[in-house]
Design a protein around this ligand. Structure first.
Ligand code: GAL
Length: 686
């Protein structure tokens, strides 16, 4: 080695050591972020630096402690290939820190720069109709393309090297809302390769997909097409699994370089989209530290059940508290009518999120870019850079988060009830609805709402998750049942749990093929009964029994009870002749456990009664006790005890009598009852 090189090397090592010691020293001085945080998406690259301080001052005055930056700024970070400019981002993080604001950095790979896609056109995705997508919007990249991944990895690595030990950087968001996939020939070849690994031989694949049907037999891997809506059900499901694995490896490509270059204290997440089912989130979330999602209402108003389900679903990805990485400050710009949420509704929505286990609620966005596709979206400050009316509500939320932070620090959600959720099953039902109005998501919520009222807390988990902690496990629409999941459920019942299966349960195997038994397949013996036949309905069918009279709409399953211990809970009234007088819901005790099958789509009052019964026979109690209809209760548990968050989503003022005196965390004082106006919130500790 020549002398100059050796000198350069010594200098480089010296700088690296100095930078690391500086980071360690800074870390020691950096106060920890507040336990419950208000945040916002901020795009410093869209504004002159001279404006930054004014924005951050306004943020600080609103009680904001977190900004997410960078996720669309690739053209600013790498204006020419290999020419990285991150100094401005460093300055943005530093000025945030000056205002007590921490940063989450997004990798910018959802929006590649024009030079990149022009130089490497193969990095642009091809849509399902066969068109190559152009520059000018986002998500134009091809998620399976090796060149794109190489360039994405490089920018992520540069960023991690720069910010991986910055104590004001709390963590990383990889990309933004994974969604658009590519149908180019290379991706198709990767799919065929993936199938080869998964199925081993064509004989195996042909058998499992029953390709003898319609002469679908595959003689060579290259003959396998991509189908997404109508096709062999085995192929449709395999494609979705390939897409899920491909998003996972797309993410891992960046995740690995971030991990290698960052402090383990910095989390890695990606922002998902609640109910969105473009890929299996249980697969993609495996490698992440934290689940986070973007919670938008769009047109209309918050539906606490549907939105609450999405919160609990997201919490279930990692089985711990999560973040709301984006949410609307009033209105969006992409719904048919972009109405604003009512005054006070956004605050109610923020507390509903925290109640479900969110530790951060972050508004998208701080201020609209003066040009660009989202000029009309809700913000906290207007085009003139001064607060819009919603700013005051955000400020109130900020103050309340600060007040409630100490009580909520270290608390999390615990539930006695779980609902099983499976992407395989949602897809399988959606591909073959059999009744066009049968929406598997609506079926899930039809159970979730009434069960939540009974228990005041629900976990949403996948069918292979550990279940022994739950008194009641409900599986609406578990259409695809893997052997592993069947084993898990059988063990759960045998160990004393109560399993409730809803319509269309346990019909399909792992390849989306029909199981060669009637529903609920491997669970039928335990049930001592089965589904004799299913009927799609034009008109609702009357039902009656233990849960009272009502109707089954859309779908009805004719059940039989063939074991002396199997009890009929509900029967069908007069209908198509086949169903008349036949069982619609059955249950059987199995030792200390129980298994129930509900073959009817229960309407409002019958579902309420059924949920009550499920709670009673399973020993599930509401966490706080009875509250008026429309008031939601969210318990969060910690070492110091329990904190109850209450939100009034009904249309009138409500008074809630408390089972014992509690501290009113927001208003102060000890209370025996609380009065909640419409959208009113109370935080109570014991
Ligand atoms: C999200 C997206 C944001 C913004 C927002 C508008 O889906 O992640 O970048 O576009 O929608 O509602």
């Amino acid at each position: 080695m020549d002398k100059a090189r050796s000198h350069r090397l010594t200098l480089a090592v010296w700088f690296a050591v100095a930078a690391l010691s500086l980071a360690t020293a800074l870390q020691a001085q950096t106060p920890p972020p507040p336990p419950i945080m208000l945040g916002t998406a901020w795009y410093p690259e869209q504004w002159p630096e001279s404006r930054w301080d004014a924005d951050l001052t306004l943020m600080q005055q609103a009680g904001i402690h977190m900004v997410r930056v960078g996720e669309f700024a690739w053209s600013r970070m790498e204006p020419r290939e290999g020419n990285y400019d991150l100094d401005w981002l460093d300055r943005a993080v530093a000025i945030g820190a000056k205002h007590g604001i921490y940063t989450v950095i997004g990798t910018p790979t959802a929006a590649p720069p024009a030079w990149l896609t022009q130089k490497y056109p193969e990095t642009l995705r091809i849509d399902e109709a066969g068109h190559r997508v152009e520059h000018g919007n986002r998500q134009q990249f091809n998620f399976a393309n090796p060149k794109y991944r190489e360039l994405a990895r490089k920018i992520a690595e540069q960023m991690a090297k720069r910010f991986g030990h910055n104590p004001y950087v709390l963590g990383w968001q990889i990309d933004n809302e994974y969604q658009d996939i590519s149908f180019d020939p290379d991706t198709k070849m990767q799919f065929q390769q993936w199938l080869k690994v998964r199925y081993g031989t064509l004989d195996n694949l042909n058998a499992r997909w029953t390709t003898a049907y319609w002469s679908e037999t595959i003689f060579d891997w290259s003959q396998i097409p991509i189908q997404t809506q109508y096709g062999n059900p085995g192929l449709l499901l395999a494609w979705k699994r390939f897409v899920s694995d491909t998003w996972r490896s797309y993410q891992k490509n960046q995740l690995d370089v971030i991990r290698a270059n960052s402090d383990p204290k910095q989390f890695i997440t990606t922002n998902t989209m609640g109910w969105y089912d473009g890929f299996d989130h249980y697969v993609v979330e495996k490698d992440l530290d934290l689940a986070s999602w973007d919670d938008y209402v769009g047109q209309g108003h918050l539906d606490p059940a549907r939105n609450g389900f999405a919160h609990d679903l997201t919490r279930g990805f990692k089985g711990k508290n999560f973040w709301v990485m984006e949410t609307q400050p009033g209105s969006v710009n992409w719904a048919p009518v972009n109405n604003s949420l009512d005054k006070g509704e956004v605050r109610a929505m923020a507390w509903h999120a925290v109640g479900h286990g969110a530790d951060v609620v972050s508004y998208w966005q701080w201020r609209s870019a003066l040009n660009g596709q989202e000029e009309y979206h809700g913000t906290l400050v207007g085009a003139d850079g001064t607060p819009v009316p919603f700013y005051a509500e955000a400020q109130q939320i900020g103050q309340e988060f600060a007040k409630a932070g100490p009580a909520l620090a270290g608390t999390s959600v615990k539930s006695e009830v779980a609902i099983l959720h499976s992407y395989d099953s949602r897809w399988a039902i959606d591909w073959q609805r059999h009744n066009t109005n049968y929406d598997p998501a609506v079926e899930l919520v039809s159970y979730y709402g009434p069960l939540r009222a009974v228990s005041q807390s629900i976990d949403i988990v996948e069918p292979v998750a550990p279940l022994s902690q739950y008194k009641l496990v409900v599986a609406p629409g578990l259409n695809v049942l893997s052997d592993a999941a069947a084993k898990n459920l059988i063990e759960y019942v045998r160990h004393g749990g109560h399993l409730v299966l809803g319509q269309r349960s346990a019909m399909k195997d792992e390849d989306n093929g029909l199981r060669p038994q009637r529903q609920p397949g491997p669970l039928a013996d335990l049930l001592g009964g089965r589904v004799e036949q299913y009927y799609a309905l034009v008109d609702p069918v009357a039902i009656e029994g233990k849960f009272g009279p009502g109707q089954s709409k859309l779908w009805a399953e004719l059940l039989s009870a063939n074991d002396k211990d199997t009890e009929v809970l509900e029967t069908y009234g007069k209908s198509n002749g086949w169903l008349d007088g036949k069982p619609a819901a059955i249950t059987r005790r199995v030792g200390k456990g129980r298994i129930t099958y509900i073959g009817a789509w229960l309407d409002g009052s019958v579902m309420t009664a059924a949920a009550k019964w499920m709670g009673e026979v399973s020993g599930v109690k509401p966490a706080l006790g009875k509250v008026p209809d429309g008031v939601e209760v969210y318990p969060r548990y910690g070492d110091q005890g329990v904190v109850y968050i209450l939100v009034n989503f009904s249309k009138v003022e409500q008074t809630v009598a408390l089972p014992s005196a509690m501290n009113d965390v927001l208003q102060g004082g000890s209370k025996q009852s609380v009065k909640l106006p419409v959208y009113g919130v109370a935080v109570l500790s014991k």
